[in-house]
Write a new protein. Structure first.
Length: 184
């Protein structure tokens, strides 16, 4: 298998290279340098994201994989997870989520933050009793803290269907929320 990166120099501002990283987001954002926009789409429930991103993880690791056949022979589960990809994120913990998000947003050297959130099953809503905006309220409070320009927060609502594969579940309407705010 050979991965050939697409030409992205124009997309990346003609910097002459590509930035690919797979590391803890709080570590990455501290070392990324200044940017105009940071898009954050964290998990809002107990499911660990690393378990569902075989291909992006593989693309990031590919240049450093010494023995590709061995690496691929160790893939587990139907989702294609390699044991080295198993991590535990504080964003997947209801009790640690807000502190981790606050840390990430404070550390980001960016002009604007776009934070994705949805009204389906999440840390604050079991989704069986209709829409619960507790998470939206908590995230809005974060984006109204002292590190953001007062009054800069916007919330864009995008209706969509939430498809899931667990037993007995039927697709439901949810709202994808994009919370946007400018940092000071």
């Amino acid at each position: 298998m050979t991965l050939v990166p697409p030409p992205l120099d124009d997309v990346l501002g003609g910097v002459g290279g590509h930035i690919v990283s797979r590391e803890d987001s709080s570590t990455f954002v501290r070392n990324a340098g200044p940017h105009r926009v940071l898009y954050v789409d964290p998990p809002y429930n107990f499911r660990q994201y690393s378990a569902y991103y075989f291909l992006p993880n593989f693309i990031c690791d590919y240049p450093d994989i010494v023995d590709l056949d061995t690496y691929l022979s160790e893939i587990e589960f139907v989702r294609g997870q390699h044991p080295s990809d198993i991590t535990t994120s504080p964003f997947c913990s209801a009790t640690r989520f807000l502190e981790a998000m606050d840390d990430l947003l404070a550390a980001a050297d960016v002009e604007s933050i776009i934070l994705s959130y949805f009204t389906g099953r999440n840390h604050w809503s079991d989704f069986d009793r209709g829409r619960d905006d507790t998470g939206l309220e908590k995230l809005t409070q974060l984006l109204e803290s002292d590190i953001f320009v007062p009054g800069s927060i916007q919330v864009i609502e995008i209706p969509r269907r939430n498809y899931a594969s667990y037993v007995g579940y039927r697709a439901r309407d949810v709202t994808e929320l994009l919370l946007i705010a400018n940092k000071r």
